[in-house]
Design a binder for this molecule. Sequence first.
Ligand SMILES: C[S@@+](CC[C@H](N)C(=O)[O-])C[C@H]1O[C@@H](n2cnc3c(N)ncnc32)[C@H](O)[C@@H]1O
Length: 248
Amino acid sequence: MSQLYDSIGRGYRQQRVPDPRIATRIELALADMNDVLNVGAGAGSYEPSGRTRAAVEPSGTMIRQRPAEAAPAVCGVASRLPFPNNAFDASMAVLTVHHWSDQLLGLREMTRVASRRAVILTWDPEFTDFWLLDYFPGILDVDRDIFPTMNDYGNWLNVERIENVPVPYDCLDGFLGAYWRRPHAYLQEEVRSGMSSFAKLRDVGPGLARLRHDLENGQWEHRFGHLRNQESLELGYRLVVVDARSAN
Ligand SMILES: C[S@@+](CC[C@H](N)C(=O)[O-])C[C@H]1O[C@@H](n2cnc3c(N)ncnc32)[C@H](O)[C@@H]1O
């Protein structure tokens, strides 16, 4: 999987600028934590500054994009975190668990190295109400196979709470749902290049052609134009807050 991000991760910091509203949600979940480990850390988005002590990331391409002042990054994977039990107050993982080959082991590792809390931003694969999926139904097939359900989290971990994280209409972080109110953006190769779901589709051509056609003939506006009145949209993104105290 590091190979995927060694290729699709090249322009990551341009396409995936941390969004301040999402950052606030993550900061709040980690508010009283002093030592934080970021797992699947990528280029360092959403790491609470001054409190993130280390990061783990398998892709060299991603590690090289970390700002000079970011926490030191170890090249490694979630299922084998190179730290002793309770080495940090908290661990965090942002939009990465779906890439892990052994998700249960990786999540258990996150609670092993954290003495108090683990915070995970993910997407609920039972959420299907997004217009983009009408054009690219293959995304749902791929993502449903790789994202753990909210029940999985409940079965695997001591989940304290799960919060909805609505996506702002002008979201800076170009993940799959970011452009829900800017449909023309999905026509741009550069925008899609920041979204791993598109990288896994065999053929985006037919979906792109239909979207372009519907945008040109007003059909998209007719079906989904009402969304332009909304400032943010619930698209299935979830913040899973886990009590790690009893993990060791
Ligand atoms: C969508 S990026 C998210 C990066 C960062 N957390 C962020 O929010 O910008 C997914 C990251 O997960 C990393 N990754 C893939 N497999 C992994 C694994 N087994 N363990 C840890 N990280 C992994 C990828 O290399 C990539 O950097």
